[in-house]
Design a binder for this molecule. Structure first.
Ligand code: MD3
Ligand code: FE
Length: 215
């Protein structure tokens, strides 16, 4: 038998962030044209909106969704809905390019059975941010969440199971994919304000796609 010195060495594009959380650096780069076309197609049918939080504030991030369900917020709370409150129509179907990227990343991170039923599309323009929160509107926390970052870079704030736990700042760049499962699935997290800049493919914007099993 030939000893393989590298057999147990993880590839250098795979970084463990916390138990269950894996960053796949540059994982989506080859699929960027298809992913950006898919985002444009969804946003044409479900225009991004600055939704209102239950506390009455307007989100700085503009959101839309695709798939059987979409994440919505208004004065009555955060939840998933089968209907886009802006158009009154069902959400557009999830484009194959988005679903395939999400499933491939989940498989590579150890979740072969991930079947997403929604993808939330977050658009950040300079100054837009997301405060520290947990994602707990989904029914089944054993399914991971896959996030794909495109366009301008940002700092992702990643805490722990308690709101007061210290946060680490994780840079997320164009093409990075993160899979959040296991204990990290319910960790507090947020996004620092987007710094002004121009990205050659997205202009003054960062897009984040989060694929989830919500229903
Ligand atoms: C860690 N979005 O939409 S993606 C969100 O960049 C959200 O737009 C951020 O947080 C964004 O809810 C972060 C990364 C992410 C998504 C869900 C998570 C990280 C997570 C759920 C649990 C732990
Ligand atoms: Fe979140």
């Amino acid at each position: 038998m030939t000893p393989d010195l590298f057999a147990d060495t993880p590839p250098d594009w795979r970084e463990a962030l916390a138990p269950g959380a894996v960053v796949l650096r540059g994982y989506a780069l080859d699929a960027v044209p298809e992913l950006l076309a898919a985002i444009a197609d969804v946003q044409r049918q479900a225009p991004p909106q600055h939704m209102e939080t239950p506390g009455g504030r307007t989100m700085s991030v503009a959101t839309s969704s695709c798939g059987a369900l979409g994440w919505v917020t208004d004065r009555s709370g955060y939840r998933y809905s089968g209907v886009d409150p802006y158009t009154g129509l069902p959400w557009p179907p999830m484009p194959a390019a988005i679903r395939e990227m999400g499933c491939a990343a989940a498989l590579d991170a150890g979740y072969p059975d991930f079947i997403p039923d929604t993808c939330l599309i977050n658009r950040y323009q300079p100054g837009a941010r997301m405060g520290l929160h947990q994602d707990r509107n989904e029914r089944d926390f054993t399914a991971p969440i896959v996030s794909i970052s495109l366009g301008l870079p940002t700092a992702f704030l990643f805490g722990g199971a308690q709101r007061g736990d210290r946060t680490q700042r994780i840079p997320l760049a164009h093409g990075d994919v993160v899979v959040w499962g296991g204990p990290s699935r319910l960790f507090f997290h947020g996004v620092a304000p987007l710094k002004p800049g121009q990205h050659p493919l997205t202009g003054e914007a960062r897009y984040n796609l989060t694929l989830r099993r919500a229903g």
